[in-house]
Design a binder for this molecule. Structure first.
Ligand code: DGL
Length: 279
């Protein structure tokens, strides 16, 4: 199976595009809705939570996991790939959303990019790092939007308050530099507010969501890594797990994903027991 992991519902915006592009594979989605948002949490905590999620997904049979979350991709992915996998799951693969997005920005030849994200991503400056070698150079401007994920997770994305916040965050971003040519929704929750972001963004500025980008890059990855691709099951199955209460998850996840969702409860190992296994 292909596992898709996010702190909550956000990763479903990525799953939707990935499934559209590669429908024949089996997918397992895990949302850690009991502990969302991750965006304001310390790096160590995000790493511990992610280890617990990886244990869960690998035990369920995922060969490949997409971390459909910028916060986790910026705070924990490298350590998972370099320290956790080689010792414990050398035959599994974990990919994130930052690298594919950075590649897309370079391929588009952007000059000035606005990154809309959680505080965790903004503070990590991960996009600056990933785009350091870009030729021609890309200037990056960050704007944290910390109030959006809690509102989206509470199912309040349609309220006027959300639209007002989007407009304020964009004003702050464009005050940093009026010449920004591209905006990247660098939080997988934000595509739920795409219309609102579009309305408050000048029409000559490109507005990118990560779902189609990740779907493209994943398709390309699987063509290059046949040793992974050959191990993926392909019955077109979709299974959803949530660590939080199931009724609100199913209701809101349906809106994110565009189809009815019947999630199963996920119980993750405590950080302590994952730590023991690691040791
Ligand atoms: N969806 C996550 C991201 O892409 C953020 C959600 C959170 O703060 O937990 O960054």
């Amino acid at each position: 199976m292909i596992g898709v992991f996010d702190s909550g519902f956000g990763g479903l915006t990525v799953l939707k595009d990935v499934v559209k592009r590669l429908p024949h594979y089996d997918y397992l989605y895990l949302g850690d809705s009991a502990r969302v948002p991750y965006g304001e949490r310390p790096q160590e905590t995000v790493y511990e939570y992610t280890l617990q999620a990886m244990e869960f997904l690998f035990r369920k049979g995922c060969v490949l996991v997409i971390i459909a979350c910028n916060t986790i991709s910026s705070r924990a992915l490298r350590k998972i790939q370099q320290e956790f996998l080689p010792g414990r799951y050398p035959d599994r693969r974990v990919l994130g959303v930052i690298r594919p997005s950075a590649e897309e920005l370079m391929a588009r030849g952007c000059a000035k990019v606005g990154i809309l994200a959680t505080n965790g991503v903004v503070n990590s400056k991960i996009y600056t790092e990933e785009l350091e070698e870009a030729e021609p150079p890309i200037e990056i401007f960050y704007q944290a939007c910390p109030l959006l994920v809690p509102l989206i997770e509470a199912g309040r994305h349609d309220e006027n308050g959300c639209d007002t916040l989007v407009s304020q965050y964009l004003d702050e971003l464009f005050r940093q530099d009026g010449g920004i040519d591209t905006l990247l929704l660098s939080c997988t929750h934000y595509p739920l507010l795409y219309e609102s972001f579009r309305r408050h963004t000048p029409s000559n500025v490109a507005l990118l969501s990560q779902g189609p980008i990740v779907a493209d890059k994943l398709e390309n990855y699987l063509t290059r890594h046949t040793e992974v691709e050959e191990r993926l099951s392909r019955k077109g199955g979709r299974v959803f797990f949530s660590t939080g209460p199931l009724e609100p998850f199913n209701r809101l996840a349906g809106a994110f994903y565009g189809h009815a969702v019947h999630a199963l409860p996920a119980v993750l190992d405590s950080a302590e027991s994952v730590g023991k296994k690691r040791g």
